[in-house]
Design a protein around this ligand. Structure first.
Ligand code: DON
Length: 526
């Protein structure tokens, strides 16, 4: 079963499995297909995290997160008065981190792949070369991007107003994908594609150099392991904050008899929000690239520490977040990352979250190479206390340094029950990724919901600062609940929708797919 953000990408994945490929092969083919059909987040110019659990139960995770260019420096987004220059870390050539996706895919294939590399590129090349039909949501996505974000001179997507059923052809992207097909890593980090990228940078004050491309290396890291009730949780460690925070939150949930509370009751939402708030305050201080900063993972997951944190929760009143750096984030920004979950016929599972950061990343398309570049540099703490696109703040641990990886919230996760594969889950959504994965797991395990109901259920989110619960508008239909939460002193902020969770649940050896109704997300299986 393959669950992704786009029907065409899910089909690509399932065809790879039908040909005898495994979950890693399917992940690679899906990644390249999404780069074509889902350009707001699918990518070759970004990065991400890959989590793998083999049929026998061994686990590995690959960090193909972008890195700061070697010429990056701590104050690169500040003016001479030490003020943050607006949008520089988001929509300029300086916003771009050294892309990790292609190196990541090559590594995944080398370690886990079964089918020939070329076979995994062909479906994406075909879609780019022969064209593909736009869904309603995708046509709106492209039109919105066209209106709101200026991109650079060369723009294959945004020539006109699109509608559902229009066909898009991407010949330059097809050429780039062919170079990757024929030369693997060197097809992207060297040769014509690299030259185009460097040209793009040098003409526009960007920092990425050929040396940066030569030096980029994705890293196999130990996944984060933990337990929650009788489940084993496997997730992504630093430079993502996702796995550690998810485990903290699940442990706090386990120690607080959440299952006695009613689904989406005042008491449950209050407790979960208070848990989330506490974990996010740790994120701001303790998390950064582990190659540069020692993340105190063991301390943060220590049972006594977690129990202590829980003790400060008042059942009857929201604890105010320390209002030192109150941040706001722009809820109208269509922030896009993408997640896919795959279980193959052999029993292997992959959980992959990948991103350009904001929707369509920096909006910069590499001339003659046809792909979008990320704006991941904004995930660094550009100045202590200054909120990023998702309202997240940070300090020294996540400061900009040459060749360092920016902190992430991406949380590709796999759960086992009694030693067997139980759940594969993940989502986009910036800071809300961690809480959405947390709540999806709670919906299944604590509140006994089906995977589809769990994925589609309205969500709420607290990240410590700003001190508010962000709720999906569906919640405002229940005015009683809204008033009750306010009576506990919670500030509420309503947004249209959060996240697109794509998950697979395994029960009695049967796979159940959960594709989020909020997008075009789609379950393919055979
Ligand atoms: O790595 C991170 O945490 C962010 N760059 C993820 C961005 C994201 O999820 C956007 N999606 N909605």
């Amino acid at each position: 079963m393959v669950v992704t953000a786009h029907p065409l990408a899910s089909e690509v994945g399932i065809e790879v499995l039908k040909k005898g490929g495994n979950a890693a092969d399917a992940a690679v083919a899906v990644q390249f297909a999404l780069a074509v059909v889902y350009p707001s987040a699918g990518n070759i110019g970004g990065g991400g995290f890959f989590l793998f659990r083999s049929a026998k139960g061994s686990c590995s995770s690959l960090d193909f997160r972008e890195k700061a260019p070697s010429k990056a420096h701590r104050n690169m987004y500040l003016d001479s008065n030490d003020q943050v220059i607006e949008n520089l870390s988001l929509y300029s050539h300086l916003a771009v981190g050294v892309p990790g996706t292609v190196d990541g895919m090559v590594e995944i294939h080398k370690k886990h792949g079964k089918l020939p590399w070329k076979d995994l590129l062909e479906p994406a090349i075909k879609l780019a070369e022969h064209g593909f039909l736009l869904t309603t949501k995708e046509s709106k996505n492209l039109n919105r991007f066209n209106k709101t974000k200026a991109s650079n001179s060369y723009n294959p997507y945004f020539k006109k107003k699109y509608k559902q059923g229009d066909t898009i052809f991407l010949p330059d992207l097809a050429k780039t994908l062919k170079a990757i097909r024929d030369f693997k890593r060197d097809g992207f980090y060297k040769g014509v594609v690299a030259e185009n990228l460097i040209d793009e940078m040098s003409k526009n004050n960007g920092l990425i150099s050929q040396e940066d491309l030569n030096n980029y290396k994705s890293v196999w890291r130990d996944p984060i392991f933990g337990t929650y009730k009788n489940y084993k949780v496997i997730s992504m460690g630093p430079p993502s904050s996702g796995g550690v925070l998810l485990l903290q939150m699940l442990k706090m949930a386990e120690y607080s008899s959440l299952d006695q509370l009613k689904f989406h009751s005042k008491e449950a939402i209050h407790l979960i929000s208070e848990i989330e708030k506490r974990s996010f305050s740790d994120r701001a201080k303790y998390f950064g690239d582990p190659d540069f900063y020692t993340v105190p993972t063991t301390d943060l997951l220590d049972t006594n520490y977690i129990k202590n944190r829980l003790q400060s929760i008042d059942k009857n009143m929201a604890t105010p977040s320390k209002e030192i750096f109150a941040g706001e984030w722009d809820s109208n920004e269509s922030d896009e990352t993408t997640h896919y979950s795959i279980v193959d016929q052999y029993g292997n599972a992959t959980s992959v979250t990948t991103t350009l950061n904001g929707a369509f990343g920096s909006g910069i398309i590499v001339k003659n190479a046809g792909f979008l570049l990320n704006n991941e540099m904004d995930d660094f703490s550009v100045k202590p206390g200054h909120p990023n696109l998702y309202g997240l703040i940070g300090g020294e641990a996540n400061s900009i340094q040459p060749n360092k990886r920016m902190l992430s919230s991406m949380t590709p996760t796999i759960l086992e029950k009694n030693g067997d594969l139980f759940m594969v889950v993940g989502t986009p959504g910036g800071s809300t990724i961690i809480t959405a994965v947390f709540q999806t797991i709670l919906n299944v395990i604590e509140f006994n919901k089906s995977i589809l109901t769990s994925v589609n259920a309205p969500r709420f989110h607290h990240q410590w600062i700003p001190d508010q619960i962000k709720l999906e508008k569906e919640f405002s239909l229940d005015t009683n609940l809204v008033n009750e939460l306010k009576s506990l002193n919670h500030q509420l902020k309503f947004v249209n929708s959060m996240n697109r969770v794509d998950a697979i649940l395994i029960k009695n050896k049967t796979l159940f797919g959960g594709a989020d109704k909020r997008g075009d997300d789609y379950v393919s299986y055979f």
